[in-house]
Design a binder for this molecule. Structure first.
Ligand SMILES: [Zn+2]
Length: 486
C-alpha cells in the first residue's frame, strides 16, 4: 500500500482518508511520514544484535533505549529489577554413533540442564504422546527420547506456535515420569533451522535438545528401520544465579489527569540465535517512535502515557511482573496496559483479554485509522506476553492481533533478522497503534478494574488455566505471588 501524507492534518492511504480531530490527525500523519523508526530497528538488530536478558548486548540495548528516548525529549527512566535465574547456552554438541554415525546440529532448549558427554541410547518416542511412551515402556528409561514435531505451518500462525508449546509441555511431563536421560525435540522448521522454544522455566530438571529437522528425521528413519543409535551430547550452560536487569520507561505526563496512566509496552529483550528484529525489536522501536512524535508535535495527552520497553520477557514475562509489583500502589490508576509482540504483520485488531466493554472502546479509537483496517477485536484472554500480569491484576489489557506474515516461521530462530522486517507495514502499524494510544490517553470513560471474583470467573469460563500451566505461571498465581490478591 502506498501512503501519501498530504498535510500535517490529514493522511491519505489508498483505502481512504485518515482524519479525525487535529491532534490525532497530526499524530497519525507524523507516524506515516518520515521518522527514524526503521533506522532505529536496523541499529537495534544489526549493531546491538540478539539481546538475551543478562547478556552484554541486552545491557547495551537498555542504554541505547534510554538515550534514544532522551534524544527525543521524552523523559525516561531505567527501573531495575531482579531476574531469578540466569540461563544462557555456552556450547552444545550432539554426536550420533552406533550402526550409523553423524554429527547432528542441535542447541539447548531454554532452561535445559547441563550435560557433560552424556551418552545414552537414542529411542523413537513418536510425537511424544502418552501412547508413544506407553509403547516404549522401559526402553525410555535412561535413554534420549527423540520426539517428532509437525512442520510449523505459517498459515496457522500463532495457533501453530501455541500447539507446539502445548505438545512440548505435555511430552516433557511424560518423559520426566518415564525417567529418560534427556529429550531431543525435532525442529519444526525445515532446513535444519534452529530456534529456542522455552519450556517451564524454573521447573525443568532434564537436558533438552532441539535437533535440526533433517538430522532428526534421518535418525528417526534409521531407528524405525531397526538400526541402533547412541547419542552423546554436551550442553554447557551458564545458569543458576539471580542477577539485575531493567525495564526502560518513557513517560509523557498527562495535562489534566496526570495520575491516570495508560501503558503501552513491547519487550526489548530477545533470544540470541537471530537478532530479535521481528520479536520484538520492531515493536520496541515503534513504542519509542510514537513517544517521539507526540513530543515533537507538542501534543498534550490528558492522561499520562508510559511507553515501557520490558526486559526478561522471554524468561517468563519477568519485567512486566516486576513492574506490577513495584507499581502496585498505582495499579488502580492504570487505565490500560497494551502489548505489541507479534512481529511486523498487519495489525488486524486487538485481543481484549476477556474483559467486557473493552472491545467497543478500541473500535471507537481505531476510527481515525479505519482506512488502514478492517479491524476486529477478539475478546479472549491470552498468555504469552507482557499483558499477562496486568490481566491477572484485573487491569484492562490488550495484545495487538497481527497477521502472522513471517512471524511463526522465524519465531525465536536464527532467521529472525532485520531483512525479515516488513518496513512498510511497520509504519502502518505505528499509525494504528498511535491512534489507540491517543484514544485511551484522552477518553472520558474508563473501565473498572476486575475483581478477584471476576478473574476467577474468567479462568473458569476460558482455557486460561491451561495456558498459564503451559507457560509455567499457574503456580505463582495459585500461590498468590502473581496477580490480584484475594
Ligand atoms: Zn516476543
Amino acid at each position: 500500500m502506498r501512503i501519501l501524507v498530504v498535510s500535517t492534518l490529514c493522511a491519505i492511504s489508498i483505502s481512504g482518508p485518515v482524519c479525525a480531530n487535529d491532534d490525532i490527525a497530526k499524530l497519525v500523519g507524523a507516524m506515516l511520514g518520515e521518522t527514524p523508526i526503521i533506522s532505529d530497528l536496523e541499529y537495534l538488530s544489526d549493531e546491538i544484535g540478539g539481546r538475551v536478558t543478562g547478556s552484554p548486548p541486552n545491557l547495551a540495548a537498555v542504554a541505547w533505549a534510554l538515550q534514544t528516548f532522551e534524544q527525543a525529549q521524552v523523559s525516561a527512566t531505567r527501573e531495575s529489577f531482579e531476574m531469578p535465574m540466569q540461563w544462557q547456552e555456552l556450547a552444545v554438541s550432539a554426536r550420533i554413533t552406533g550402526d550409523v554415525a553423524f554429527q547432528a546440529v542441535a542447541i539447548a532448549k531454554p532452561f535445559s540442564t547441563s550435560a557433560d558427554e552424556l551418552q545414552a541410547p537414542l529411542v523413537d518416542a513418536g510425537l511424544g504422546s502418552a501412547e508413544n511412551f506407553a509403547r516404549l515402556g522401559d526402553r525410555a528409561k535412561g535413554a534420549w527420547v527423540l520426539i517428532e514435531t509437525p512442520v510449523l505451518d505459517d498459515q496457522v500462525g500463532l495457533h501453530g506456535l501455541f500447539a507446539e508449546y502445548d505438545a512440548a509441555a505435555a511430552s516433557a511431563a511424560l518423559a520426566l515420569d518415564a525417567g529418560v536421560a534427556g529429550i531431543v525435540t525435532m525442529s519444526s522448521r525445515q532446513n535444519n533451522l534452529l530456534y529456542r522454544l522455552p519450556l517451564l522455566p524454573a521447573k525443568n530438571r532434564l537436558p533438552l535438545l532441539l535437533m535440526g529437522r533433517e538430522h532428526a528425521m534421518r535418525a528417526q528413519r534409521l531407528l524405525r528401520g531397526g538400526k541402533s543409535l547412541t547419542l552423546t551430547a554436551t550442553i554447557e550452560i551458564d545458569s543458576g544465579y539471580a542477577y539485575q536487569s531493567a525495564n526502560v520507561i518513557g513517560e509523557i505526563r498527562g495535562s489534566s489527569r496526570p495520575q491516570e496512566i495508560v501503558l503501552f509496552g513491547a519487550h526489548l529483550d530477545s533470544h540470541d540465535l537471530g537478532t530479535g528484529a521481528l520479536d520484538n525489536g520492531a515493536n520496541a522501536v515503534m513504542m519509542i517512535d510514537i513517544a517521539r512524535q507526540i513530543v515533537r508535535l507538542g501534543l498534550k495527552p490528558e492522561r499520562t502515557i508510559r511507553f515501557v520497553l520490558w526486559n526478561g520477557e522471554e524468561q517468563g514475562l519477568v519485567g512486566s511482573w516486576r513492574y506490577a509489583q513495584q507499581h502496585s500502589d498505582e495499579l488502580d490508576q492504570h487505565i490500560l496496559a497494551a502489548s505489541f509482540d507479534i512481529g511486523t504483520g498487519k495489525i488486524m485488531g486487538f485481543f481484549t483479554g476477556g474483559m467486557d466493554g473493552l472491545g467497543s472502546m478500541v473500535d471507537e479509537y481505531l476510527q481515525p485509522v479505519a482506512g488502514l483496517g478492517p479491524f476486529e477485536q477478539v475478546n479472549i484472554p491470552l498468555v504469552g506476553t507482557d499483558n499477562f500480569d496486568f490481566m491477572m491484576e484485573g487491569i484492562p489489557n490488550l495484545i495487538a492481533m497481527q497477521a502472522d506474515a513471517n512471524y511463526a516461521s522465524n519465531y525465536h530462530a536464527a532467521s529472525d533478522t532485520f531483512d525479515k522486517v516488513d518496513q512498510q507495514q511497520l509504519k502502518l502499524n505505528s499509525a494504528i497503534a498511535a491512534a489507540v494510544v491517543w484514544g485511551f490517553a484522552n477518553a472520558q470513560d474508563r473501565l473498572p478494574r476486575y475483581t478477584r471474583e471476576q478473574l476467577e470467573e474468567l479462568i473458569n469460563s476460558t482455557d486460561l488455566e491451561h495456558q498459564m500451566r503451559n507457560f509455567g505461571v499457574w503456580e505463582a498465581w495459585a500461590a498468590g505471588d502473581r496477580g490480584l490478591k484475594k
